[in-house]
Ligand binder design. Structure first.
Ligand code: EPZ
Length: 453
């Protein structure tokens, strides 16, 4: 598959590094196009392993994470071709049940493939993905659920080795209770159960829209799944699935990110296509902070800016406030009138953007799992370092509102989840550009920021 611009753009040479220069306080206007949902595509790509025929998914953004997932599927013997915004996938010959550690360790979501591999081949060898910047990211719920489905699972040298017991070669339907409504565990187990013998029920299942999109994809291949989007999902196993041509749902987190960009720059901005229902907690919180949010059409949302008022945020599983929007709202609340408390309950280390926002002049500090914010009148553009995907988005948002030029480093984080974000923002009036700088100068950009002008 030819690498797309996004996958090559952030791949600067070793002696060069890409950084994003943002000249702040430019008002935005117009409509930003929203791409397909990264977290749907990653789960659905794993789901294509269930299908012994060719299938096609469309509205697929060009993201580094999706490129990595395609590499992992190819290593398993799957043929994948990108054709515009679609991926043509042929998993008719899955030649291997084991994914390479060096790829899985770079993309945690690839672990979800353990379920489809096990269901399709009767065995799977999936390296433990390990932790990442935001947390330890254990997979115990995935493993326990697969064991409930009749798999023998052991961990050998950091690899999850799963085999279907019994001569039938098929998993057995079961009742599974998740201690936590894990998105990934719900997706892994739902996919595994589609080809199991009998009925499976997943209690305390995740309700995220990406889980529903995956269930719709599997259903379009002939799987029998009821209750996706509620906390109890029932799957009746079938012997085989068939081909499908499936469009990916719009990305609610990309959409929310741009709504926050509009609010922080006091811009009237539309976003489309979106599914407004998927944005309910985001829209509710924006309205609490002050802006009006109008649904102009079934797939179009518009923000009308206002002064910003402080509020509190607590991240929770869907339909609670999404953890993937916490960093972006933290940036917004640094400029709101009053004091805000932001509590991150989903991941144990997802407040690392606070230190970088403080560098920009925000009055924000971490206390345990809380970020305590006192609104200030303005932020200053300085060089900042992204520590994870959504922290990178938060720094871009802060840069759009800051006085002067912000330089965002660590763009490989941003490119994991945003398809050409600088072009989308430039098209509505933002002033920003991606430049390559000699790597040895990246760490002392503060002294030579003007050199980048
Ligand atoms: C998915 O990650 C998303 N990634 C994340 O998006 C998102 O933040 C997260 O769901 C929560 O909504 C993809 O879909 C590819 P979880 P996932 O399992 O499935 C604990 C982004 O920015 N847990 O719901 O890994 C876990 O430690 C990314 O786009 C266990 O304890 O999230 C965490 O504290 C970041 N044992 C909590 O559950 C397990 O076996 C939620 O994790 C699994 C999870």
């Amino acid at each position: 598959m030819a690498a797309t611009s996004q996958e090559t753009q952030s791949a600067a040479t070793d002696e060069e590094t890409s950084v994003l220069k943002i000249w702040g306080r430019k008002p935005l206007s117009g409509c930003i196009p929203i791409s397909g949902a990264k977290n749907s595509v990653l789960a659905i790509l794993a789901g294509t392993l269930l299908c012994p025929k060719q299938c096609r998914i469309s509205n697929v953004p060009s993201l580094a994470d999706i490129g990595k997932m395609c590499q992992i599927l190819r290593a398993l013997g799957v043929k994948i071709e990108r054709n515009g915004d679609a991926l043509e996938i042929d998993a008719s010959h899955v030649g291997s049940d084991r994914a390479p550690y060096e790829l899985v360790s770079k993309l945690r979501a690839s672990f979800f493939a353990v379920g489809p591999l096990l269901a399709r081949l009767g065995s799977a060898r999936m390296p433990l993905p390990g932790g990442c910047a935001i947390g330890a990211r254990p997979v115990d719920l995935h493993v326990r659920g697969l064991q409930a489905l009749g798999a023998e699972v052991r961990i050998e040298q950091g690899v999850v080795c799963a085999d279907v017991k019994g001569r039938s070669g098929r998993l057995k339907g079961a009742k599974i209770y998740l201690d936590y409504p894990s998105v990934g565990a719900t997706e892994t187990l739902m996919m595994a159960a589609t080809l199991a013998e009998g009925e499976t029920t997943i209690y305390n299942a995740a309700r995220e829209p990406e889980v529903v999109d995956l269930a719709s994809f599997c259903g379009a291949m002939g799987a029998i799944i009821h209750g996706a989007g509620t906390n109890t999902i029932t799957i009746v196993g079938v012997p085989e699935l068939h081909t499908v041509d499936y469009p990916i749902v719009p990305d609610r987190i990309e959409a929310g990110t741009f709504l926050v960009a509009a609010a922080i720059t006091h811009s009237e901005l539309s976003i489309a296509p979106v599914v407004p229902d998927h944005l309910t907690p985001i829209i509710a919180k924006l309205r609490e902070i002050g802006p009006q949010v109008v649904i102009d059409a079934p797939d179009t949302v518009r923000l009308i800016p206002s002064e910003l008022r402080a509020t509190d945020i607590e991240t929770l599983p869907y339909p609670g406030f999404p953890t993937d929007m916490q960093a972006q709202f933290s940036a917004l609340l640094t400029l709101a009138e009053g004091n805000s408390v932001i509590t991150e309950t989903v991941f144990e280390n997802r407040l690392r953007h606070v230190a970088e926002l403080s560098r920009m002049g925000a009055d924000i500090r971490v206390k345990g799992q809380n970020a305590i914010v006192r609104g200030v009148h303005g932020l200053s553009g300085v060089p900042v370092m992204a520590t994870d995907l959504r922290a990178a988005a938060a720094l871009v948002i802060a840069g759009l509102a800051a006085d002067g030029m912000t330089i965002v480093k660590g763009l490989h984080h941003l490119d994991r989840g945003y398809d050409n974000i600088e072009q989308k923002l430039r098209n509505v009036g933002a002033h920003l550009e991606r430049v390559k700088v000699p790597t040895e100068r990246v760490d002392n950009l503060a002294d030579s920021a003007e050199a980048l002008v």
